[in-house]
Design a protein around this ligand. Structure first.
Ligand SMILES: Nc1nc2c(ncn2[C@@H]2O[C@H](COP(=O)(O)OP(=O)(O)O)[C@@H](O)[C@H]2O)c(=O)[nH]1
Ligand SMILES: [Mg+2]
Length: 136
């Protein structure tokens, strides 16, 4: 079982990304995540069953309050989520990344992190934004 943590500002679509990945579901109504929550996704990679326990950060992400230490404990990887229509949320992923690195460094070795830029369906100047993101 690999623990994956999903991090980013409120309302960037963290829960939506997890729901889509785990159950291919999408909900247009915004429901702030209110309880500690994880979902399990089973992947089959080259004949090996890989179990992912995907944790969606709750509560403490509001107002950039900081990441709970126990949330990061034993994580194998992190997905940083930003909203393409909200530049500050994308810049914030760099700060989230630093916070995670700092917390992890106390007990564990560094973990891989990826940036997921969400809500690209709402973006009209995809190419221009794409260039900026490449630099980021
Ligand atoms: N148009 C669009 N809306 C999205 C997308 N992802 C999430 N949303 C909407 O953004 C809002 C916040 O999503 P949510 O997953 O709850 O954000 P969270 O607070 O980061 O967990 C919801 O109303 C979603 O329906 C997307 O890719 N495109
Ligand atoms: Mg949520």
């Amino acid at each position: 079982m690999f623990k994956i943590i999903v991090i980013g500002n409120s309302a960037v679509g963290k829960t939506s990304v997890v729901n889509r990945f785990v159950g291919d579901r999408f909900d247009h109504n915004y429901k702030a995540t209110i309880a500690a929550d994880f979902q399990v996704k089973i992947l089959n990679l080259q004949g090996n069953e890989i179990r992912l326990q995907i944790w969606d950060l709750v509560g403490m992400d509001t107002n950039f309050a900081g990441i709970n230490r126990s949330f990061c404990r034993n994580a194998s990887g992190a997905i940083l989520v930003g909203d393409i229509t909200d530049e500050s949320s994308i810049l914030a992923t760099a700060e989230w990344k630093e916070q995670v690195e700092e917390i992890i460094a106390a007990h564990d070795s560094p973990i891989p992190m990826i940036l997921a830029v969400n809500k690209v369906d709402l973006c009209e100047e995809k190419e221009a934004r794409g260039l900026e993101l490449e630099q980021f």
